[in-house]
Design a protein around this ligand. Structure first.
Ligand code: CA
Length: 235
């Protein structure tokens, strides 16, 4: 690894609205990030593949290919953290964006300080930390047929591998480590996403639904009405 790349996080912004892109670039550079901008989906995806940025901010509607397709393709290739930009008042986009593996979304128009905060939160929680020297964690949590390898971030049910998105994995680990205890949506948001969404508990609900679908009976995630969720410890 060479000089500047060692400690400067590289953010790729894929956004065709030039004023939004340059506005975001200006703030991020002022915060010490290295920033690239692509104004088309296809060129953005190519840059993401060639340059391995620390995080990608991708607009949904783009010339070339759209933000969903970019997210899908980056997800199938690895775990590059992705923040999706969505149009105002478009909850369907947010839900779909999270389901296909974006780490977070932000609604336009956004406050640049909020963008910076979310980028930092996603980077802090992502696993791509460039050689931070931590020893690999070989802890394996076993709960009935469910096994979670923390270091390899691998989940198996009865020895069959289950593919989870990074956020689904983090959420599952938090719930399983606190099994038998109710965690509120606010606690889950704060500890998995690193900040509190302003009242947007749908994010948690979407991820819980996905976990239930993927894990089936192997992990019982109980809804505690009006409060949050807990994992039931098997007898
Ligand atoms: Ca656009």
């Amino acid at each position: 690894m060479t000089d500047a790349a060692t400690d400067t996080e590289h953010i790729l912004i894929i956004e065709d609205e030039a004023n939004i892109a340059s506005f975001a670039r200006m703030y991020l550079e002022a915060e010490g990030f290295r920033v690239s901008v692509a104004d088309r989906g296809d060129t953005g995806l190519a840059v993401a593949r060639d340059e391995h940025p620390s995080l990608v901010v991708v607009d949904l509607m783009l010339p070339g290919i759209d933000g969903f397709e970019i997210t899908r393709q980056l997800r199938s290739a690895g775990r590059t953290p992705i923040i999706m930009l969505t149009a105002r008042d478009d909850p369907i986009d947010k839900v779909v964006g999270l389901e296909i593996g974006a780490d977070d979304y932000i609604t336009k128009p956004f406050n640049p300080r909020e963008l910076v905060a979310r980028i930092r939160a996603v980077l802090r929680r992502s696993d791509t930390g460039h050689g931070n020297g931590d020893a690999p964690d070989d802890t394996v949590i076993t709960l009935g047929a469910l096994q979670i390898a923390l270091g390899g971030r691998e989940v198996t049910v009865a020895d069959t591998s289950v593919a989870l998105t990074p956020k689904e994995f983090d959420l599952l680990v938090l719930l399983v480590e606190n099994r038998g205890i109710v965690l509120t949506r606010e606690q889950l948001l704060e500890r998995v996403w690193g900040y509190t969404f302003l009242g947007d508990s749908r994010t948690i609900d979407v991820h819980i639904r996905q976990l239930r679908r993927k894990l089936g009976d192997a992990c019982q995630i109980e809804t505690v009405w009006g409060t949050g969720y807990k994992v039931v410890a098997p007898r």
